[in-house]
Write a protein that binds this ligand. Structure first.
Ligand code: 3PG
Length: 211
């Protein structure tokens, strides 16, 4: 497995982040680190995503920062320039996947069907985001999708939280669990780093008790 994806597997939690203010990127990285998570997916859902990724990449090199909501090769280029170490997309866009692999950036494109998985396999992928996980059957669907394809794994996101994450953590078909439950937009906007650290620690404890 690619080294970056191994690091994500080791952490096993991917906070999915929507940042409205680039100045919050470093305190947020520190709040997550204090809680025991050294991975961040900063989504291109706001115009400051590139700046935020650059800041974390430059000032917190021990944090594995990736770019989310990368829905076309242009955004991929911005993510690359910012120093993103991995790429996440809500869907599987072959042009984005190809550009990402050419840039030597591991990519987790979103899939929910066997057809999309087979498209990804043809592009050389074996690890996918499963999105939106809870709306499409959760772990039950992951296990059913994994069955015919051998060694594929998923990063489920969408509707996962402290109440339903445990089952995902237990599955060997799950590389890592993604979600915003420990980084809600309002807590970030309010700069409530203590609460984010508390929620992060809670997520880490849940992961550890689910092994
Ligand atoms: C994503 O893009 O992965 C999701 O929007 C995260 O989903 P959540 O906010 O329900 O955790």
């Amino acid at each position: 497995m690619n080294n970056i994806l191994s690091q994500i597997n080791k952490c096993r939690i991917v906070p999915v982040i929507k940042l409205n203010d680039a100045n919050k990127a470093i305190p947020l990285a520190d709040a997550l680190t204090a809680g025991g998570i050294n991975v961040m997916e900063i989504t291109f859902r706001t115009p400051i995503a590139k700046e935020a990724i650059s800041l974390v990449s430059r000032e917190r090199p021990d944090v594995l920062v990736g770019a989310g909501t990368v829905i076309n090769p242009e955004i991929l280029q911005s993510a690359k320039e910012a120093g993103a170490r991995f790429i996440v997309s809500p869907g599987l866009n072959p042009a984005t996947v190809t550009a990402s692999l050419e840039a030597d950036l591991p990519i987790l494109p979103g899939v929910i069907t066997p057809t999309e998985i087979e498209q990804g396999l043809m592009l050389g992928l074996s690890i996918f985001k499963f999105f939106p996980a809870e709306s499409f059957g959760g772990l039950k669907t992951i296990l059913a999708l994994a069955a015919p394809y051998g060694n594929i794994k998923f990063v489920p996101t969408g509707g996962i939280n402290e109440k339903n994450a445990a089952d995902y953590f237990k599955s060997d078909k799950v590389l890592a669990v993604g979600g915003s439950w420990m980084v809600p937009e309002k807590l970030i906007d309010d700069g409530n780093w203590e609460e984010i650290t508390r929620l992060t620690k809670q997520a880490v404890m849940l992961k550890e008790s689910s092994i």
